[in-house]
Design a protein around this ligand. Sequence first.
Ligand code: G6P
Length: 373
Amino acid sequence: SAAEKGGWPSFMDKEIHEDPAAVADTLLGRFDEKGDIVLDEVRIEPDAFRSVDKIIVVACGTASYAGLVAKYAIEHWVRIPVEVELAHEFRYRDPILTPRTLVVAISQSGETMDTLMALRHAREQGSRVLAICNTQGATIPRESDAVLYTHAGPEIAVASTKAFVAQVTAAYLLGLYLAQVKGTMFRDEIHQVLDNLKAMPDKIQWVLDTQRESIERAAKRMLNAHSFLFLGRHVGYPVAMEGALKLKEIAYTFTEGFAAGELKHGPIALVDEGEPVVVIVPSARGRDTLHNKVISGIEEVKARGAYTIAVAEEGDPDAERYADIVFWRPACPTLLSPLVDVVPLQLFAMDMANLKGYDVDKPRNLAKSVTVE
Ligand code: G6P
């Protein structure tokens, strides 16, 4: 009903606007008075966490892209290998699981059968499973050794939005907690990252408040496009895949998200006059090599006639110069940037679907939670 949508035209619109709260609420109550991380609800002893030598994230769809962001952050902070595997592939390839392996099952609903079967397999093999879940008391957290709840609130629209940013936030908390118990980062460093993380909800709000018009304009301009390519590098890579997924799910447009460095190894062959290419541009601060390489990717596709949309840090002169349209986001540390970069892509997919006259909350052929294998 209209009342349930809180005045928004759709649940998706409402839920995207709840992205800032989803991040803020997932951080709430996770610190002691000294600012150290306490994950009260996680029933795994610090000693057991200390012995973890490998993490495997299992998930499906949007949750798997949150897992891929987790890999970049956790490997950097904790210096242990993190694998990310689609839950339905995991169980059938005889994965290497030991008591020192921590399996992290990410699921909004907590009822996805593929993810549930993967965690059961991991536990049978003697590994511990920690669930990152948005639904209190769902099957996946009930069957796991521990749970870290995301506090995004109920998500009604089939295409996941606020749950994604909450999952990414929970994964950062888990990574920083591991760094804290394993001593792989200085306390000050952890506190610095946490301060940056606590500043993210306002940055997401800035995107929602200032980028609305240019996103809608881009959607109108691109309405008749038959396909889209999304490219990103480092943590921008999972964001590219998530942006591509949103557009397939609700606007029924053929999309492909890929790592920007792969462009010359294949996808560039697809680029033709007018082909829309969405590029997640890493921070321009310091003009590091990542930034320059992604910018040169924009130049390469433009030279072949592509129409380019960049998601870039406010004031990035190269994005301004090379992209046809820029969706701006505030400056933030690279590892945390998925929290802001994904937001314009959620809005863009919603605008495209709305302009095409589709039901953004209930896309054809999809279920909110897939409870069969
Ligand atoms: C379904 C939904 C997706 C979701 C995926 C995983 O395919 O349509 O939006 O990302 O399941 O769901 P989960 O509840 O496990 O996060």
